[in-house]
Write a protein that binds this ligand. Structure first.
Ligand code: GLN
Length: 187
């Protein structure tokens, strides 16, 4: 099993470390040529979704990755990664892959609550330490999307078919259960 981590901007190193620690093979996606390498999993890290979306197109990686996500390759998306997958963004005109039928709100917790920690329940996993950094939340999810976690009445983690997406940063904790679940998804 080889996981490709999008490495054009943001917190990709932390994902890499966690995945390597779990025994996965990891490659970085920095340019179109990297897409020729063999991989069967994708990680979309946190960072700045507008920058990542722009780079994906400029570097010629957008279409191929969108197709592979649509075809069922397991994806783990955190924070900005969730925004890249979202079908709709309520407070931004940019759109990226649009493979996840949810509406997200960027920087949804405002300035004062820019970053916060919350220990909450994730369906199928249990209590989990959630690190939020200028995070989005999901305002609306289609019926077929499975809601995995809510914080203060807002959806913060979902699964839809091959796409596992969350507002917070599991790669910044010591808790590897989300990455383990991702590695155990069937491709
Ligand atoms: N605020 C960022 C965005 O809108 C996401 C923040 C993050 O990934 N930690 O893209």
């Amino acid at each position: 099993m080889t996981v490709a981590v999008l490495a054009v901007q943001g917190a990709f190193e932390e994902h890499k470390k966690m995945l390597l620690g779990l025994g996965a093979k990891v490659i970085e996606l920095r340019k179109a040529e990297d897409l020729k390498k063999d991989f069967n999993r994708l990680v979309l890290p946190g960072g700045e979704s507008t920058v990542q979306g722009k780079l994906l197109r400029e570097l010629g990686m957008f279409e191929s990755l969108q197709k592979r996500i649509e075809e069922g390759m397991p994806v783990l998306a955190t924070c900005a990664g969730l925004i890249l997958l979202a079908k709709e963004i309520s407070n931004d005109a940019g759109r990226c892959f649009q493979t996840l039928p949810v509406t997200v709100k960027r920087n949804a917790y405002g300035r004062q609550l820019g970053s916060f920690f919350y220990e909450g329940e994730i369906k199928g996993i249990g209590q989990y330490p959630m690190e939020f950094i200028r995070a989005p939340y999901i305002e609306k999810a289609d019926e077929e999307v499975s809601v995995l976690a809510e914080v203060k009445g807002n959806i913060v983690a979902v699964q839809y078919k091959n796409q596992l997406a969350m507002s917070f940063h599991p790669e910044l904790t010591e808790d590897t259960r989300i990455h383990e679940q991702f590695l155990s998804m069937i491709d």
